[in-house]
Design a protein around this ligand. Sequence first.
Ligand code: 0O2
Length: 262
Amino acid sequence: MKPWHPEHARDDGPTDNGHGIAVDDLRLIRDQFVDFMLGYKFAIDEVTTKINILREDFNNTHEYNPIEHVGSRLKSPESVLEKVRRKNYAMNLTSIRENVLDIAGVRVVCSFISDIATIKQMLASQADITVLEERDYITHRKPNGYQSLHLIVSIPVFRSDRTERIPVEIQIRTIAMDFWASLEHKIYYKYRGEVPPNLRSDLAQAAEVATQLDEQMEALHRQVDRGPQPSRRRADSLDLGVLYRSLTADHPVQLRPGDLPL
Ligand code: 0O2
């Protein structure tokens, strides 16, 4: 199958759809694009699984969960093509793969500022993850007040007939940063990018308040961490029943009497 490129479109033949592209070529373009986008969906699945594993493992090992919630989005084909046009990138799949690095997006929202570095480190140190780019909008807050750590990583996706390395944008931020960003996003779209000056300055002030809240919460968290620790339940009487039920909670297994001595 030839890779998709507008030059491959023909303007001849009885199947011409009136726009100079044969219907068969349009079908080929559509199928190749769907297959291309599927790779990004799989990449989101892979990264989300990695984060969920980290969350559960960290919680088990440190009795603390740094991840509040995880979200993801696949850019719509329309906004991928709009970005290609706006940025003047070549309109072919190789160019889109190389240039549009936020088709797959995963957002990790955590409790404290220090969790951001922890999560970044846990992801970046995985052997199959390559960090391509880092944008630190926390150290260098955007002029409108936006704060978040953005990592562009690439991960292998094992398809049925090949392995692809797919870029994924991972945004890591605190609850306060996320709250601010989602409100700003709504305001930005409501005013179609032309946010009135009074709202802009209120937003900048709110970002400042969010930073102060994050710093206070971090300080409180440190104090609590330094304080007396609740004694951990001794693991000398391992309750296999509890262990088994917690491991199979998401994947119930039908057991027959006598299968396991629980
Ligand atoms: P959505 O709705 O998430 O799809 P680039 O062209 O890639 O070099 P870009 O895309 O501006 O530059 O990259 P950047 O700055 O890293 O931003 C990528 C994403 O971060 C955006 O994606 C937003 O999700 C988020 N973001 C960046 N700046 C802001 C901001 O000022 N306010 C809010 N609320 N979010 C921001 P999309 O594709 O624009 O949007």
